[in-house]
Design a binder for this molecule. Sequence first.
Ligand code: FAD
Ligand code: NAI
Length: 475
Amino acid sequence: MSKQFDVVVIGGGPGGYIAAIRAAQLGFNVACIDEWKNDKGGPAPGGTCTNVGCIPSKALLQSSEHYDHASHHFAEHGIGLSNLSIDVAKMVGRKNTVVKQNNDGILFLLKKNKVSFFHGRGSFAKAVEGGYEINVAGAAAEVITAKQVILATGSNARALPGAAFDEDKVLSNDGALRIGAVPAKLGVIGSGVIGLEMGSVWRRLGADVTILEALPNFLGAADEGVAKEALKAFTKQGLKFQFGVAISKVDTSGDGVVVTYTDAKGAEQQLAVDKLIVSIGRVPNTIGLNPEAVGLKLDDRGAIVVDADCKTNLPGVWAVGDVVRGPMLAHKAEEEGVAVAERMAGQHGHVNFATIPWVIYTSPEIAWVGRTEQQLKADGVAFKAGQFPFMANGRARALGDTTGFVKFLADATTDEILGVHIVGPMASELISEAVVAMEFKASAEDIARICHAHPSLSEATKEAALAVDKRTLNF
Ligand code: FAD
Ligand code: NAI
């Protein structure tokens, strides 16, 4: 007789493993199936985020930032260095260790919460009385049954037509995170989040990086003021951008890669590089899930169709994370996983899409929550804006990191905070205050009247809130 579970989660990324843990906490008998393999063929739960996404990219960003500081900024602190070098193999090795620590941590957490872990591919076999039969194809193939199923199968990198990823010259995020030596010339297609983060890593280590972007503008989802400031900083650092391009050919027949494209003026151009990262978005992944066996509905992008509560068209089948609509972010996947487990238990799990923070871990960092100035204008909302530069913040000056600003957007009548946009040092950490404030429907004045430690970068947040009422104290 097959093993029976109350809940089977397919996919052990941030959406899946967190859903499994929360469901187990709520008293369900839970299994989690994940097929990711480490380099020895063993289990490596954590999904894209842990293996080839959030965690390894931040490890490499940290290493390369240390190198950049040592190369360019130590001298101003009076620290002299000679014979500075970078051992890329060691840097990538450290990144792999960080990834493994996270894989092991997740296995431990699943065990601690009594979630049964299956290493292999989960697919629908058929619907049965009161649930579903799931095939697990792995080292030990078996069939398990579930009363309810949570699908958290994530996403894959989108390839350019005619330029399949070979992970040697044409790289997805996976190959971009394990380049073995600094390429002299690196091309990046797409100036989105991955392009900027990975482009920054290899630019800091000495690569000549050119980013080709199809859209005419930079970072359309960010506030225009933030995008403008960030582009200025990235260009000054040496990243080269071309906007409004149309790629026509990627040729890998020679030593490197030659990209042929039409530039914004319609002229044909060629870019010759050693390696090419293609980061033009991601596609929902249902490969191997066998959705046809049970009639699971997908949309025309291949995403699993869900309602606002993450319910699919099938009774007892839910889906969360990158494989459904909404931003492809680890924390969004986690929140959906928790909410679904709670809904299964009859509770009222909730995900507030209006307060999901975005962070780009470049230098300067970019972070925002809520609506941008251009969105508020398009929505016809009357708002007040307040902005404070890090140049006028004592802690930023002491850090030697004064690029950027904090910007508040508040309702013109009620003063409720509608959006907070940060470009500058530690924006990733500073944005949390804005998220909390917006969750509590705070006004800009609430933040302006709260005591912030001195000297701290968070004082720039308080000052930007004061700026909404045109009464900054330090600018
Ligand atoms: P995934 O993490 O993709 O996990 C899905 C899991 O399901 C995988 O382990 C996969 O092997 C497994 N699976 C799929 N099908 C099956 C099957 N049939 N049977 C068994 N297992 C299966 N987001 C952030 O919020 N912050 C960041 O800093 C950030 N950085 C990123 C950097 C990069 C380079 C990339 C590529 C992404 C980054 N993201 C970041 C996005 C983040 O990784 C995703 O939003 C997140 O991983 C989605 O989680 P998920 O659980 O939906 O899917
Ligand atoms: P993206 O959606 O952020 O950016 C893709 C860029 O490629 C866009 O600017 C788009 O206009 C451009 N593009 C699309 N087709 C193109 C073409 N044919 N030629 C040239 N440019 C083209 O996608 P990206 O960078 O691949 O990242 C995928 C997702 O992963 C992100 O949207 C995000 O959800 C997640 N992620 C999150 C991170 C974070 O939170 N810090 C870090 C990295 C990824």
